[in-house]
Design a protein around this ligand. Sequence first.
Ligand code: ADP
Length: 376
Amino acid sequence: MARKTRKEYEGQSALNNIMFNSIGDGAVVTDEYGRITAINQSARKLIGVTDKEAIGAWFPKLIRAYDDLGRPVPLIERPITKAFVSKQVVTARSHYKAKDGTMVPISTTASPIIVNGQPIGSIEIIRDITQEYEIDEMKSNFISLASHQLRTPLSSVKTYSHMLLDGFMGPLTKPQIKALKTIISASNRMNETISTLLNITRIESGSIVVAKKPISISQIIEEVISEHQLAAADKSIVCKAKCPDRSVKVISDSVILKEVLGNLISNAIKYTPPSGTIRVSVSLKNTRTVTIKISDTGMGIPKNSHNDVFSKFFRAENVVKQETSGIGLGLYMVKGLVKELGGDVWFESKEGQGSDFYVSLPLDNKNASKNKLVRK
Ligand code: ADP
């Protein structure tokens, strides 16, 4: 192939420059230290900087990122850092503070430039997502409003069904009792769905209220299990708990923690065939963390679904075929709630061999000396 002349190279470089500057989204190129080596017109306009101000500046400092609550995103969480570390393309949403102080929602995609297996720089594509953000917010407000409105009539349905069942309006025939029980169980399911939707909108909007105080881990587990005892008995499933002494306390919000454990136990019951066993146990790894394990002997989660289990609307193939009730929001909510509690949630599972879900939570450090595992 004939060698390019200097003129041809210069012509190509000028053309590349024109193309780079014509990209509609913000594009920023950095070296291996994250220092900006090129910035296109859209990025300069979006951030409100000149070429001179940007070139040579450290990307994470020039373009600071904030989360939904206006807190700075730690460097380790920024797409540029993750892209350098993982050598993969990383996309994330955040906010950027404009010069007039307004927070602009942006989506950033950081791609590492890899040469001989090593990142020698990166390219960041920055997009103003104000419109998508507003639509998202409208959608969340709508779900929140609709859910609140559904709750009131639903509580009347439940109250009157219970009054009828308890004989307040006269004796009932067997088929009437059966029908009422179906109504009550359907309205309970609907209530759970509404509460999941409300929780998700609260998590996503950052408006969830967390009231942490020391709570006995055993007491909470006992309460949640007793609330699910009927559903388990319906399928002849045995629920066993191995709890520490009641004095072992976590620093948590009891309502949120009950929602988390309730969801995991309800899934364990839902995805375990009749006559199975559910075991709840607690372990202390150190003086700071307690881990609750919920094991079942159910259908398990196929390996190819493991990465998606905590995603919104995800349901694994094996359960869709057998269990029609469920919308795939429970674990997405659980993940968000556990994060609010300062803990973590994960699982181990093999298809056909049951599942173990784990929740770790911060212990009540003031009472650390009392936090010994005393088996009952
Ligand atoms: P839903 O139960 O409404 O489908 P979840 O978000 O609670 O939604 O769970 C997501 C998916 O994870 C379920 O559809 C199922 O495929 C899988 N899953 C969750 N818990 C279990 C479990 N204990 N055993 C087997 N599969 C489970």
